[in-house]
Design a protein around this ligand. Structure first.
Ligand code: FES
Ligand SMILES: [Fe+2]
Length: 382
């Protein structure tokens, strides 16, 4: 189905705007069009608070990592005084990228002509620049970007005007307060490259309809859509959330041994299930009885996305002698089911190619797909 030339005319999306059981899915070009994707980058990812990792990635003074997010090269670091900072990863001389990967440093030295920046962004040295007229090192520090944290997670915002992170998250911190996310440790971080539009993976993460098919031998054995409900909760803030009721941990395959349940949840509804917010636009977080995990998505193009899985356990679990042995069971569950979802999403992207694909209809089990798609339209059509 060819994208129309007036691709952002709201009339093309009227069917998706209808109530769930009368609505159609987004037009297929929303998942394939370069124009639609560029608009998402500009109106969504360059405007909102984006989840970009866990504070443990920059745990010590001098720790840094580089990433490209929404086509912007970025450095995230902890300076020598312990302050977390983000900068454009762009030298103020002639624009070279300064850092790549991750590591620890005392200063940032440009690999091109050795301009040297302190970790607070100030330019400390610029060789051979004495004769340059009106050149003042104080004018050419690294360009700072907004960085904030919540629950042990890093959030980056490119928009100087946007309200703060706590406004963005709304009542999410209260909703998941019982789990004690800020006291959890990220024990493993694993990256995947997926060949699909970021929205396909997000939609998959927030519907229970596919569990009976895609996860028939895994999650469906102990937390099927029918037995567990996956009820959508009412939220205030830029996220949606479900609660699924089930026995045991959502992070283990049936009968695999794990850690004791989080003591903080004793006596609470949370002790009998899993709460899973999707923080707009593209971060899935799941809090179950004994651990938590996140799926962080970085859009790389209309049909390409980086997926990062982070495994979070309460601090004292990591200290146990049996941690590695037991953690293997969790990693196995995540690796298997993530692969199941990647295969499903990549296959969906494949099916969206060509001129014959048409919008579909929703099941009653897909209310949040509809809600997420309408959130995207709210942002891109304005
Ligand atoms: S581009 Fe960085 S020092 Fe020249
Ligand atoms: Fe899934």
């Amino acid at each position: 189905m060819q994208a129309p030339t007036d691709i952002f005319d709201p009339t093309h999306y009227a069917a998706t705007r209808r109530p769930l059981l009368e609505a159609e899915t987004l037009p297929p070009w929303c998942y394939t069009s370069e124009t639609f994707y560029r608009r998402e980058v500009e109106r969504i990812f360059r405007k909102v608070w984006n989840f970009v990792g866990h504070v443990s990635q920059v745990g010590e003074p001098g720790d840094y990592f580089a990433l490209t997010f929404a086509c912007v090269p970025v450095i995230i670091l902890r300076d020598l005084a312990g302050t977390l900072r983000a900068f454009a990863n762009t030298c103020r001389h002639r624009g070279s990228a300064l850092l790549e990967g991750s590591g620890n440093c005392r200063a940032i030295v440009c690999p091109y002509h050795s301009w040297t920046y302190a970790l607070d962004g100030a330019l400390r040295a610029a060789p051979e620049m004495k004769e340059t007229i009106g050149f003042d090192t104080a004018d050419v520090g690294l360009i700072p970007l907004r960085l904030d944290t919540w629950g042990g997670f890093l959030f980056l915002c490119f928009d100087a005007e946007a309200p703060g992170l706590s406004h963005y998250l709304g009542d999410l911190p209260d909703r998941v307060a019982a789990y004690g996310l800020e006291d959890m440790v990220c024990a493993r971080r694993k990256e995947f490259m997926i060949e699909c539009n970021w929205k396909l993976f997000v939609e998959n993460a927030k519907e229970s309809y596919h569990i009976a098919t895609v996860h028939r031998n895994t999650i469906n054995k102990y937390a099927s859509a029918r037995s567990s409900g996956y009820w959508a909760e009412e939220t205030l803030g830029e996220y949606v959330c479900t609660f699924a009721q089930h026995e045991g941990s959502m992070a283990l395959l049936q009968n695999d041994p794990g850690f004791p349940a989080n003591e903080r949840l004793a006596g609470l509804r949370e002790a009998g299930g899993t709460r899973a917010p999707l923080i707009y636009p593209s971060t899935y977080l799941a809090c179950t009885i004994d651990c938590a995990w996140y799926l962080e998505l970085h859009p790389l193009g209309p049909k390409r996305t980086r997926l990062i899985h982070g495994a979070l356990f309460p601090k004292d679990r990591i200290a146990r002698d049996d941690f590695e042995a037991k953690a293997t069971n969790y990693y196995k569950r995540w690796d298997i089911t993530i692969e199941e979802d990647i295969v499903a999403s990549d296959r969906q992207q494949l099916g969206m190619a060509g001129p014959f694909v048409r919008p579909g209809r929703f099941s009653h089990r897909e209310p949040l797909v509809h809600q997420i798609d309408n959130w995207v339209l709210d942002k891109v059509l304005v």
